[in-house]
Design a protein around this ligand. Sequence first.
Ligand SMILES: NC(=O)c1ccc[n+]([C@@H]2O[C@H](COP(=O)([O-])OP(=O)(O)OC[C@H]3O[C@@H](n4cnc5c(N)ncnc54)[C@H](OP(=O)(O)O)[C@@H]3O)[C@@H](O)[C@H]2O)c1
Length: 329
Amino acid sequence: MACLICGLFLIASALIALKLYIKLTAKRNNSYVCLVGKTAIVTGANTGLGYVTALDLAKRGARVILACRNKDRAGKAMRKIIAATANEDVVYKLVDFASLQSVRNFAKDINENEDRLDILVNNAGIGVQNEDFTSDGIQTILEVNHVSGFLLTHLLIDKLKKSAPSRIVIVSSLMAKYASLNLKTIDDLNTLAAANQFFGLYKNSKLCNLLFTIEMAKRLEGTGVTVNATHPGAAYTDIMNNAGETTRFIFNTIASLMYQTAEEGAQTQIYAAVANEVAQMNGEYFGNCARIEMYETAKDPELARKIWEKSEELAKLENNEKIPAMMIL
Ligand SMILES: NC(=O)c1ccc[n+]([C@@H]2O[C@H](COP(=O)([O-])OP(=O)(O)OC[C@H]3O[C@@H](n4cnc5c(N)ncnc54)[C@H](OP(=O)(O)O)[C@@H]3O)[C@@H](O)[C@H]2O)c1
């Protein structure tokens, strides 16, 4: 009995120490940047990191467009942000990232009805999938976490260029470091080949986020539009809500005890979206409100180029919608 109590005490102490460490080392975005006159889109803004990001940008006076898939959840988030910030210029527009057509409809609405676009935060994401493939024939996690953001960014690029200096922020994950995707496994990108690994499909989709950032940065050089990726660390959000009951219970228990809050986790993407010192940075990766090294898995330019081409194909981009690689003369 004494041994059990002792063991429990040690585990509890270790958990408290780890939680304290996470709290004490977590940095906050301290940029006093005003965004009056600017327009921002945050995808997946009704909850979690996206909600906190949208709230922050609204506090700074931006017109904020919440890009969400559910009318009720989006409306609730919009009303909460307006009440908290007194910024009435917060709206929601519906988009389902599991449908390329829905992304196209959303982008058309933005291109036709918005004068400018200064900040695009590609944040929407899922940790697990209910359906293996979407009606577009794309593996669901890949489409929601990567292909739809890739397509949306392409469709909005002219608006971003017109509003330059402007920024794109792509929310990736620490899990990208452990992705199995490489030049040898690239043909598995739109299959379930990684499904048997621990979060294999998720890790690959998040590596795609980084490879997209790297290749996009090259193609945007000199346009006044920058693109950077971020990772939030581990934050207690709804990310595992689609998981089965047991997985969800285990995740939520651990996350509630150990992880950062959504408010803490969102600081790095807010930093990348607004901080003055980030303004000239392009193709970088940020964690804990500072620039960090890209993972080895993301360092192969050939892989970045190939994933780009594969993503163009999956997103069914027309030739005139493609962003050409820079010509080196
Ligand atoms: N939380 C973490 O520890 C962590 C760690 C690393 C990276 N990330 C990344 O951070 C980003 C935000 O995640 P989160 O933790 O804030 O999760 P979250 O609380 O579950 O929020 C995800 C958001 O994405 C939206 N979304 C999901 N599927 C969508 C679809 N088909 N179409 C449109 N929107 C959709 C969700 O909308 P609904 O509410 O309608 O589902 C929600 O607004 C994700 O890209 C995730 O990969 C999170």
